[in-house]
Design a binder for this molecule. Structure first.
Ligand code: ARG
Length: 255
């Protein structure tokens, strides 16, 4: 019996090495592998829209400031941007706000994806309600294995369509060191301001970017990048909010 276990795991290990990435089985679902949720459970979540199309998620930091990813706001005019708060559906309901200004982190690097954070100042103030509220920023990097939730309207498979209703997944945080270790396949692409999160067959995907990774009620990560979505060995990568917190706080006061 013991020998059989060793043999089976040896085969799995070899196969793991030769099955090309991207061909590993995709578990069908939304966000990828998630379920529909209600905005009342995630009242800090907003949809960021460009020319009427949902492009990214974001999180409410204060009644006129939203936190998102810098890669969501490259070469865009404020006139083309809108932010919808307080709705489970990205295209209807809640409050659709205009954008007064936005600021990308000066250190955002599109090659390495370091400092993938931005803030948006809305043209008007949000009124908090059961479906609209702010979320606090985590001040310390989360511990490896902490449970978290990711929520958004992003594609339900890699290169698939987006979801009209928000979807969520429960995931476990992977620390920076663990995510860069040989337990996963990213290696040195994982920089010090990144954390990862994983659950088998579940992941954030395109157009979930900028949206929240929440642990213990705090904004812990910002959806940033990943190789494919929910591919084996490639967890979702998030901007570590604790590492960019000072930038958010300072810039929210001056934008
Ligand atoms: N960069 C993507 C976006 O613009 C999000 C990537 C997240 N990917 C992932 N596998 N977790 O929406």
């Amino acid at each position: 019996m013991f020998k059989l276990v060793i043999l089976v795991s040896a085969i799995a290990c070899v196969l793991g090495g030769i099955v090309p990435e991207g061909l590993s089985p995709q578990i069908d679902g939304r966000i990828v592998g998630g379920n529909e949720g209600n905005i009342i459970q995630y009242p800090y979540l907003v949809s960021i829209q460009r020319n009427g199309q949902h492009v990214c998620g974001g999180s409410i930091y204060s009644n006129n400031i939203v936190v998102t990813a810098a890669h969501c706001l490259q070469k865009v005019s404020t006139n083309d941007l809108r932010v919808r708060a307080g709705s489970s559906t990205w295209n209807t309901g809640g409050i659709l706000s205009n954008v007064y200004s936005y600021r990308n982190h000066e250190g955002y690097n599109p090659t390495t994806m370091e400092n993938d954070v931005a803030i948006i100042r809305l043209s008007s103030y949000l009124t908090y309600s059961t479906s609209i509220s702010r979320i606090n920023l985590l001040t310390w990097s989360p511990s490896n294995g902490a449970s978290a939730v990711v929520v958004g309207w992003g594609t339900t498979s890699y290169n698939g369509g987006i979801s009209n209703n928000l979807r969520y997944i429960d995931v476990s945080i992977i620390s920076t060191a663990q995510c860069a270790s040989s337990a996963y396949r990213y290696g040195s692409s994982i920089k010090s301001d990144m954390i990862c999160a994983f659950a088998a067959g579940k992941d954030a995907c395109q157009k979930d970017s900028g949206g929240p990774l929440v642990s213990g009620g705090y904004l812990t990560g910002i959806v940033s990048w990943g190789y494919g979505c929910a591919y084996d060995g490639y967890p979702g990568v998030y901007t570590d909010v604790a590492q960019v917190r000072t930038w958010i706080v300072n810039n929210a006061n001056s934008i």
